[in-house]
Design a protein around this ligand. Structure first.
Ligand SMILES: Cc1cc2nc3c(=O)[nH]c(=O)nc-3n(C[C@H](O)[C@H](O)[C@H](O)COP(=O)(O)OP(=O)(O)OC[C@H]3O[C@@H](n4cnc5c(N)ncnc54)[C@H](O)[C@@H]3O)c2cc1C
Length: 300
């Protein structure tokens, strides 16, 4: 079967594109390992219009409910591993199969960057995590370290102050580089210690993490923690889209109509080079990408 449209990814961008496509009565396939994307990782969302406050998992559940209102074919648990433009169609290969469509929207978002410290890989899911929303409750009453100093790190810290006994923030820059509102909340919390100009040099443990080594001012010290949240940035999930033009950090280049360098292949949200990465922006870009794909198909 050749679909009108394949959407790769079911975060805010992909889900919005799918809802728009369903309403245009296009035949669609959505391929994604999960539903909700990074939106589900966020603790408190206070900037999605219409909701003065909603948690990340609750907003992701609303998105999923909206998606499933339509009879959209969904390959949940599948990952795109290759994307090729053929003559009139595009071919998407996944870890489980191959699918063809007349148009494709890449909305595969971003994933967490790894720290690269010794012990990180060994203790992944044994104390080392990349998602405070998903794993935070496992560290109730424990001492934890958040690695990073941007908005994601502070979001994780603000979630963990409600759960953990002690929260260290290990930040390699001179100051926290986040929204001032978040910085004020974190810095005024008595259970938080911020270590600026500091770097994690090793993750230590036995069966589970029990400490980290931190270097600062030419000295190294050991801090006992049972949980480590690595929040040092994100990498675009664009490796499978080998033929598309990308910028120097691997984001897919798009124009204001969400067209990529290949006709019939569109992209939206965090995986692209649009300047800001936010849920409302990804959702808006997803709707634009779908309308552009619809126009492209009408002209074929
Ligand atoms: C901790 C944290 C807190 C945040 N807080 C806020 C906030 O308060 N407000 C706000 O507006 N924004 C916030 N953001 C940013 C926001 O979540 C993102 O900008 C938004 O989710 C991007 O949407 P997206 O659909 O482009 O990508 P994503 O949300 O990354 O979704 C991408 C989807 O594609 C899937 N995928 C990945 N690779 C493949 C593949 N190879 N094949 C198929 N599918 C694939 C993923 O599994 C996922 O389902 C936060 C982000 C983080 C990490």
């Amino acid at each position: 079967m050749v679909y009108d449209l394949i959407i790769i990814g079911a975060g805010p961008a992909g889900i919005t594109a799918a809802v728009y496509a369903a309403r245009k009565k296009m035949s669609i396939l959505v391929i994604s390992p999960d539903i909700g994307g990074q939106a589900a990782w966020s603790g408190d969302i206070e900037n999605y219009t219409g909701y003065q406050f909603i948690s990340g998992p609750d907003l992701a559940a609303k998105f999923e409910e909206h998606l499933k209102k339509y009879n959209i074919e969904l390959k949940e648990g599948e990952m795109a591993i290759d994307l090729k433009k053929l003559v009139d169609t595009a071919l998407v290969k996944t870890n489980k199969g191959e699918y063809r469509a007349k148009a494709v929207i890449v909305a595969s978002g971003k994933r967490s960057r790894e720290l690269g410290a010794p012990g990180e890989k060994e203790f992944k899911n044994k104390g080392v995590t990349y998602c405070a929303t998903c794993d935070g409750p496992l560290f109730s009453g424990k001492d934890v370290a958040i690695i990073g100093g941007g908005n994601s790190a502070l979001d994780a810290a603000l979630q963990m102050v409600r759960i953990a006994k002690k929260v260290y923030i290990i930040n390699n820059a001179q100051r926290l580089r986040c929204d001032p509102v978040m910085r004020d909340k974190v810095e005024s919390n008595p259970i938080v210690t911020v270590l600026n100009e500091s770097r994690v040099t090793a993750v230590l443990g036995d069966k589970f993490v029990n400490a980290i080594k931190v270097a600062a001012n030419g000295e190294e010290r050991t801090i006992n923690v049972q949980g480590i949240f690595i929040e040092i940035g994100l990498i675009p999930n664009s490796d499978f889209a080998k033929d598309l033009a990308k910028n120097e950090i691997g984001e897919i280049k798009v124009n204001s109509r969400n067209e990529t360098s290949i006709p019939g292949i569109f992209a939206a949200g965090d995986v692209t080079d649009v300047p800001e990465k936010q849920i409302i922006i990804a959702a808006g870009e997803g709707s634009k990408a779908c309308l552009s794909a619809f126009r492209y198909l009408s002209q074929q």
